[in-house]
Design a protein around this ligand. Structure first.
Ligand SMILES: Nc1ncnc2c1ncn2[C@@H]1O[C@H](COP(=O)(O)OP(=O)(O)O)[C@@H](O)[C@H]1O
Ligand SMILES: [Mg+2]
Length: 379
């Protein structure tokens, strides 16, 4: 996923009401930051540019440790300096996207989640918004989840709001599945209100296992997992994870699905590493398929994939096999490349803040009322 050099943009607009926004997303996979420059002048977003900057190994390690309380000495200071380091990387990403010819109204930056505890009233996404505004010279919005939590919501998931706006149709029942570190689902049934929830791991375990065994970041196209055989005993043991039995709405993260949890199964130490990867791939797809089955109604069901996991061919094949009588497609077919949907969502949240449009869907987050999301750092 290297970043690419782009040809200069055609001048689109150079007035203060320019509909161009930048979205920056770095998710639980901790693979890096995806940035997009988006034109919102029509009803469907047009991604004008995309850039991806990977996290280096040291940053990734620091971020993973910061997810667990007490693992990092001088945790407060390290979290704060890491937010500064991230903001320099985010600014580099913005530099690849911006163009002197055009005015960019604002940046919507999700930041890097290191804690999400809405039941205790807080969530932490690392980013130094003041610094990002200073480095880019562009109004910067961060901290999108806090306002929803303050209104009694879970602060997540937020993207169902845009999945609904961009992908819902009257003629069929769509389920959007974002295969990031965690898999999350948006149910767009024309006869019901929108719901969204996390259904289990997507790339987290696949990435952690190949990293543990081979020192590489991810299983490209599922090629390594394809060499192994699914082990049913391990698969059934993994499927007893208590999170999977909780009815939605629900959310999860690295605290529930991680390498230590995987290593706690004896069989993992006896099978070939490839068999473990094949089993993890099957486990991941079953978590998604079993979450989707109960959502089925009378209308034909279309499952639309996005997120980096949609590029894992083995994962997609196994998902298709575990979801019979379903049309399986991806957001590529609906107009936004799979690796750009989440960043485009945060460009939209920046625009929504600008226009003081509420960004939360109360049927999804459980907030008491709709609220405008984000904190503004003026340029
Ligand atoms: N070609 C590919 N083959 C297999 N997996 C891929 C491929 N491209 C991306 N991925 C997976 O997608 C992950 C990144 O997905 P992403 O949607 O950015 O997740 P997050 O939002 O959690 O950062 C990578 O860590 C990797 O596991
Ligand atoms: Mg990512």
């Amino acid at each position: 996923m290297p970043s690419v050099a782009h040809p200069p943009l055609k001048p689109i607009s150079n007035n203060p009401h320019s509909p161009l926004y930048i979205g920056l997303m770095s998710g639980t996979s901790m693979d890096g930051v995806d940035g997009v420059l988006v034109d919102f002048s029509s009803s469907f977003p047009q991604v004008v540019r995309h850039a991806h900057l990977p996290f280096n190994e040291a940053l990734k390690k620091t971020l993973i440790k910061l997810n667990y309380s007490g693992e990092t000495p001088h945790e407060l200071e390290i979290a704060t300096t890491t937010a500064i380091e991230l903001s320099h990387l985010y600014a580099q990403c913005v530099n690849q996207l911006k163009d002197p010819q055009v005015t960019i109204r604002a940046i919507g930056c999700h930041g890097q989640t290191i804690r999400h505890q809405p039941d205790k009233g807080f969530t932490i996404q690392l980013v130094n918004g003041a610094l990002l505004a200073e480095l880019t010279g562009i109004d910067t919005l961060c901290d999108f989840r806090a306002r929803d939590i303050a209104a009694g919501g879970q602060g997540a998931p937020l993207v169902p709001r845009v999945h609904q706006a961009w992908f819902s149709t009257d003629h069929c029942h769509r389920v959007i599945v974002n295969l990031g570190g965690i898999a999350n689902i948006t149910n767009l049934d024309p006869h019901a209100s929108v719901i969204g929830f996390d259904c289990g791991p997507a790339n987290i375990l696949l990435d952690e296992w190949i990293r543990h065994c081979k020192g590489v970041a991810y299983d490209k196209n599922g090629a390594w997992g394809r060499l192994g055989q699914v082990n049913n005993a391990l698969l059934n043991a993994l499927l007893t994870h208590p999170f999977l039995a909780i009815p939605p709405p629900k959310s999860t993260g690295r605290e529930a699905f991680n390498l230590n949890w995987l290593l706690s199964f004896n069989l993992v130490h006896k099978l070939t590493p490839e068999d473990v990867q094949a089993t993890l791939t099957e486990f991941t797809t079953l978590c998604v398929a079993r979450a989707i089955q109960p959502l089925r109604g009378n209308l034909p069901l279309e499952v639309v994939l996005c997120g980096g996991g949609a590029l894992n061919q083995l994962l997609v094949e196994r998902l298709a096999a575990n979801l019979p009588n379903v049309t399986l497609t991806s957001t590529d077919q609906l107009g936004i490349p799979v690796d750009q949907v989440e960043a485009t969502a945060f460009a939209w949240f920046a625009m929504a803040f600008d226009q003081r449009i509420p960004g939360n869907l109360v049927s999804v987050t459980g907030a008491k009322h709709p609220v405008v999301l984000g904190t503004l750092y003026p340029a």
